[in-house]
Design a protein. Structure first.
Length: 145
């Protein structure tokens, strides 16, 4: 069950990143309706990620890094930037969507251009963290950061 939740969480964030890139390509081609759909799909997948991730965290606690010492600093830098940017990503995405639904496309575009790189960083770093912990993870059995 633990592995399944981790697997579902990482795939939802990766698929949300892919839907996001698709949405950007679609709007560049001028396809507004498909852009709208792709972005709402990306947002739903990101919400699914949150559900799977929180369920895993609540049921099984956190996994600590147990890999080579030389890589510990780099791993924690990745983990901290991933976590902080993931926390910013949620409210910023809601803001960007809200602006679009109000028809305020200048503000929508301005903030969407900040949001898209953050979202992609979160998706890619989430995948890297998953792979690192699959190889070097140590179960702590505690619910802590
Ligand atoms: C988190 C969700 C979303 C993200 C990340 C996002 C991202 C973007 C980006 C990056 C652009 C600018 C592309 C460029 O550089 O030219 C854009 C434009 C646009 N978006 Fe979104 N979008 C989202 C949701 C939506 C939704 C839900 C709608 C419809 C209600 C929408 C409608 C539009 C429209 C109409 C434009 C073109 C505006 C113009 O050229 O004046 N977007 N979006």
């Amino acid at each position: 069950m633990k592995e399944l939740l981790g697997f579902l969480a990482v795939w939802s964030i990766v698929l949300s990143g892919l839907a996001l890139v698709t949405g950007v390509v679609l709007i560049k081609k001028g396809n507004r309706v498909a852009h709208h759909r792709a972005m709402l799909t990306a947002t739903s997948l990101a919400l699914l990620f949150l559900v799977f991730y929180l369920a895993k965290w609540a049921l099984y606690g956190t996994t600590a890094y147990g890999g080579p010492e030389a890589w510990r600093g780099a791993y924690y830098l990745l983990l901290i930037t991933h976590t902080l940017l993931a926390a910013i990503n949620g409210p910023l995405a809601l803001y960007v969507i809200w602006r679009a639904f109000r028809g305020e496309f200048i503000l929508h575009k301005r903030w969407a251009r900040v949001l898209v790189p953050i979202w992609l960083y979160v998706a890619v770093s989430g995948w890297v963290i998953y792979l690192v912990l699959k190889r070097y993870g140590v179960e702590t059995g505690t619910i802590a950061f």
